[in-house]
Write a protein that binds this ligand. Structure first.
Ligand code: ARG
Length: 403
């Protein structure tokens, strides 16, 4: 085994990373620096500090990355209206490159030999962490204990925890918790009974959204302001990116917006089933499409929609720090120069629907589209020729087919 003196560990304070911390101390006898990113996951943070202290860690880093997360990762992604496989808003996928970036920064600062993460060998997250490190600093080694140690299952993990007196968390019902990944954009829940896609997800796993059935009977009307493709205000009040997403999470959660029960294709090859709650992100996606609908040229909008699945797949697969993602991002960002204005939405029993939109940069012309008489020059005969030419090849085709 190669000699390792110092490791920077991406540490949540949860069971897996607590065990990894112990395992490093036992296996390598090395110094471990823990890094915990505050991405708005909420309650998990103070325990992380206490647990790292208890485990004898001397250099404990807990860094508030909420604003950076939303402004430099979530919002650029939203400009693209990114959805993986048509539905997933990429809440876990987009957090990993940010964490990797800071792990690399700390590793350089403290002169660590390696960085480490608690992602398993079956998931997407290992790819996202490690591809990012490859792109940012290829000289830094990555250690993924889940691919090295001989713990092979959650059962064995629990045995190891018991042996080393590492507290095993349980959910409100005293059962082993689901695998949960939370941040300001979403909560993702996987594992246990969800591994059977034929089984309905139990209600108690939802953390930040009410069941739409129990949502208020009165709809709520909200207005979101956009500037150059990014949301900047809610109900006329200017907010920082993280504050804005937090606000929309509260509003959306109360109305049951943004629940998703999905079977998706992991990059590594298998299908997996998970439950996502993305209240604020769902509102923002709908609102962003609303403001784009009046401010983007048709061909520009359609080109964006063509590249979107590719862009989303790059993020899902872990290629945030890759030349092709940056190229697509430049195209997307360029398209947003006039995507400014206000969108009003109605939140009601699980849905967020656009009900009106205004923009100082609107391309919409009521005079042009109106069913009434209009002063704007539009020669109806042009439409006749337009149809005749577009139909030319169809007439040839039909004649050949003997119709
Ligand atoms: N399947 C999602 C993704 O790859 C979430 C992964 C992390 N979530 C979790 N509950 N462990 O982006």
């Amino acid at each position: 085994m190669t000699k390792i003196e110092k490791i920077v560990l991406s540490y949540s304070g949860g069971l897996d990373t607590s065990i990894i911390l112990k395992w490093f101390q036992e296996t390598y006898g090395c110094e471990v620096v823990t890094f915990t990113a505050d991405l708005g996951q909420g309650e998990e943070l103070e325990p992380a500090q206490a647990k790292a202290e208890m485990a004898g860690v001397r250099d404990i880093r807990i860094v508030d990355l909420r604003e950076e997360f939303v402004s430099d990762f979530v919002f650029p992604m939203l400009r693209a209206n990114a959805l993986y496989e048509g539905q997933y808003l990429l809440g876990s996928s987009i957090a990993r490159p940010l964490i990797a970036k800071h792990l690399v920064g700390i590793a350089r600062e403290v002169g660590a030999d390696a960085i480490a993460h608690g992602a398993t060998g079956k998931g997407n997250d290992q790819l996202r962490f490690e591809l990012a490190v490859n792109a940012l600093d290829p000289s830094i080694k990555v250690i993924a204990p889940w691919r090295q140690w001989n713990i092979r299952s959650r059962m064995q993990l629990l045995e190891y925890a018991e042996k080393h007196r590492i507290p095993v968390p349980s959910d409100k019902r005293g059962e082993a918790p689901f695998s949960i990944d939370a941040n300001l954009l979403h909560t993702s829940t996987e594992g246990k009974s969800l591994e059977n896609p034929a089984e309905v997800a139990p209600d108690h796993i939802y953390q930040r959204t009410v069941d739409p059935v129990d949502a208020p009977d009165a709809p709520e009307i909200i207005t979101i302001g956009f500037e150059r493709g990014d949301p900047v205000s809610v109900n006329g009040k200017a907010m920082t990116p993280a504050a804005l997403l937090t606000e929309l999470n509260g509003l959306g959660g109360r109305h049951g917006v943004g629940r998703l029960d999905l079977v998706e294709n992991r990059f590594i090859g298998m299908k997996s089933r998970g439950i996502y709650e993305t209240p604020g992100g769902t509102i923002l996606l709908t609102a962003h499409r609303g403001i784009e609908s009046i401010t983007l040229d048709r061909a520009a909008a359609h080109l964006k929609d063509e590249i979107m699945p590719r862009y989303a797949e790059l993020i899902y697969n872990g290629f945030w720090f890759a030349p092709e993602r940056e190229m697509l991002q430049a195209l997307i960002d360029h398209s947003q120069a006039f995507v400014s204005g206000e969108v009003t939405l109605r939140l009601y029993k699980g849905s967020a629907s656009v009900i009106s939109r205004v923009s100082p940069c609107s391309l919409y012309s009521a005079d042009l589209v109106t069913f009434e008489e209009s002063a704007v020059a539009f020669d109806h005969h042009d439409a006749e020729g337009f149809i005749r030419l577009n139909g030319l090849r169809l007439r040839s085709w039909a004649a050949r087919n003997g119709r």
